[in-house]
Design a protein around this ligand. Structure first.
Ligand code: ARG
Length: 377
């Protein structure tokens, strides 16, 4: 095994990453720095600090990345109306490059030669971490304990925890839990009974949206304001990117907006069934398409739609920091120069429907058109 001097671990404070922390300290016999990102997953940050301290970590980093996540990752992606395989709003895929970027940043700052993560060996997330770290700093090694250690089952994992006096919460003792990934954009739930696509998902997998059947019987009308392709206000009130998404998550969640039960094709070829809840993101996609419908030139809009699946696939497959993604982004961003105005939507029993749209640009366009006609151009 190659000698490692210092490792930065992406650490949630949960059972799995606590075990990984211990395993890294034991296996590599070096200092491990923990990095806990707050992406709005709704977990408290301080318990992660206490657990890292207990494990003897000297350098504990807890960083609020919510604004950066929404403004520099979610919104640029939304400008493209990105959907993977026609339906998935990429809530987990878009979070990985930001976590990787910070891991690399901290590694450089503290002089670490490796970073580590808790993604398993079957999924997309391990690939996204690895590609992003490679793209940002090829000199930094990526340690993926789930691919390297000889823990093969949940029982072995709990045995390891017990042997090393890592506290196992009593609800983690029984059956393996669902695999959940949450942030300001979505909650994704996979595993257990969901692995059988023929089985209906139980009600309790849903965490941030009500069942549309139980949603209010009266619709709610909301207005989203856009400037140059990005949402900037809700009901006339200007908000920061993260605050705006939080607001729309609340509104959408109450009306059962943004539930998705999907079987998707993973990067490594296997199919995977998951439950997604993306209330605010679903509203924003509808609203963004609404404002684009009156502000984009026809050919520009159609070109965007042509490249969208390719762009979404790049994000899904972990190529956020690749030149081809940046090239497509430049094209998408350029298209948004006049995508400004307001869209009103009706939220009702699981749906977010655009009912009106208005843009000052449209009026300017009209003025220019008639001016051009008068001048015989
Ligand atoms: N399948 C989704 C993706 O690859 C979500 C993965 C998130 N992980 C989870 N344990 N739910 O983007």
């Amino acid at each position: 095994m190659t000698k490692i001097e210092k490792i930065v671990l992406s650490y949630s404070g949960g059972l799995d990453t606590s075990i990984i922390l211990k395993w890294l300290q034991e296996t590599y016999g070096c200092e491990v720095v923990t990095f806990t990102a707050d992406l709005g997953q709704g977990e408290e940050r301080e318990p992660a600090r206490a657990k890292a301290e207990m494990a003897g970590v000297k350098d504990i980093r807890i960083v609020d990345l919510r604004e950066e996540f929404v403004s520099d990752f979610v919104f640029p992606m939304l400008r493209a109306n990105a959907l993977y395989e026609g339906q998935y709003l990429l809530g987990s895929s878009i979070a990985r490059p930001l976590i990787a970027k910070r891991l690399v940043g901290i590694a450089r700052e503290v002089g670490a030669d490796a970073v580590a993560h808790g993604a398993t060996g079957k999924g997309n997330d391990q690939i996204r971490f690895e590609l992003a770290v490679n793209a940002l700093d090829p000199s930094i090694k990526v340690i993926a304990p789930w691919r390297q250690w000889n823990i093969r089952s949940r029982t072995q994992l709990l045995d390891y925890a017990e042997k090393h006096r890592i506290p196992v919460p009593s609800d983690k003792r029984g059956e393996a839990p669902f695999s959940i990934d949450a942030n300001l954009l979505h909650t994704s739930t996979e595993g257990k009974s969901l692995e059988n696509p023929a089985e209906v998902a139980p009600d309790h997998v849903y965490q941030r949206t009500v069942d549309p059947v139980d949603a209010p019987d009266t619709p709610e009308f909301i207005t989203v304001g856009f400037e140059r392709g990005d949402p900037v206000s809700v009901n006339g009130k200007a908000m920061t990117p993260a605050a705006l998404l939080i607001e729309l998550n609340g509104l959408g969640g109450r009306h059962g907006v943004g539930r998705l039960d999907l079987v998707e094709n993973r990067f490594i070829g296997m199919k995977s069934r998951g439950i997604y809840e993306t209330p605010g993101g679903t509203i924003l996609l509808a609203a963004h398409r609404g404002i684009e419908s009156i502000t984009l030139d026809r050919a520009a809009a159609h070109l965007k739609d042509e490249i969208m699946p390719r762009y979404a696939e790049l994000i899904y497959n972990g190529f956020w920091f690749a030149p081809e993604r940046e090239m497509l982004q430049a094209l998408i961003d350029q298209s948004q120069a006049f995508v400004s105005g307001e869209v009103t939507l009706r939220l009702y029993k699981g749906s977010a429907s655009v009912i009106s749209r208005a843009s000052p640009i449209r009026l300017n366009g009209l003025r220019l058109r008639s001016w051009a006609a008068r001048n015989g151009r």
